[in-house]
Ligand binder design. Sequence first.
Ligand SMILES: C[S@@+](CC[C@H](N)C(=O)[O-])C[C@H]1O[C@@H](n2cnc3c(N)ncnc32)[C@H](O)[C@@H]1O
Length: 247
Amino acid sequence: MLEEYGDDVVALNGALARRLAGEPLQYVFGHWPFRELDLDLDERVLIPRPETEELVDVAKKELAASEYAVEPLMLDLGCGSGAIGFSLLTELSSRGVHARLVALDASSEALDVAKQNARKHALHAVSFVVSDWFVTLDDSFRGRFDLIVSNPPYVSEDEFASLEPVVHCEPRRALVARDARGAGGFADVELIIRDARDWLAPSGVLVLEHGAAQRSVVLDACERAGYDEYHDVNDLAGHARILVARR
Ligand SMILES: C[S@@+](CC[C@H](N)C(=O)[O-])C[C@H]1O[C@@H](n2cnc3c(N)ncnc32)[C@H](O)[C@@H]1O
């Protein structure tokens, strides 16, 4: 009887062995839902988190309150699988808003996964950029983004060491910030807050996920960077995790 299902049994055993070896279920399955999308995922990208789904709601609300031309221009900084930017493109389009997206990541491997997801969901209004944050982003975009979204790495070495082992299967650079030694973890968030303002259109908005303990340093960084309005939004667990900063 089992012979009839031979290939399936082999595949199931393989999947079970990977899971038992500690691989996250999302990588074993090779895809996982994020809001309305089914995203292909593997060890080249972070597994999108449920709290990041809330960031998409905040970004949609902020974009609706913005003044923008017919087709808003968006930037997803550190796009990974494309979860945030692609959800925005899809959900805005079903409301009749046809946005354009620049999906940027320092990892060309992550961008390969993002490209695969864009093809899977027939998303054509996307351009892909490999860059260390804004360093090699084309200068012609300066001052033009109606919305910049980001879920950058904001975990310190100490925090990373204390996270559940399954997290260690994910790309380290997706989670651990560049100043992560010891109790650091703020450098990428700080750099994005500082530099994003120049790349925003006059009434453009930055919506950025950060660590729960970073609220006061995040707001101080907004003050230094000269944003006109900024505030933090609580996630569903009641933690201030999502910055909204308007130029
Ligand atoms: C926390 S993951 C977020 C991925 C995706 N946006 C999500 O929410 O699931 C951070 C992403 O930032 C990228 N990244 C890390 N450092 C970067 C840098 N200096 N410049 C651009 N991207 C960077 C990582 O490769 C990773 O894809």
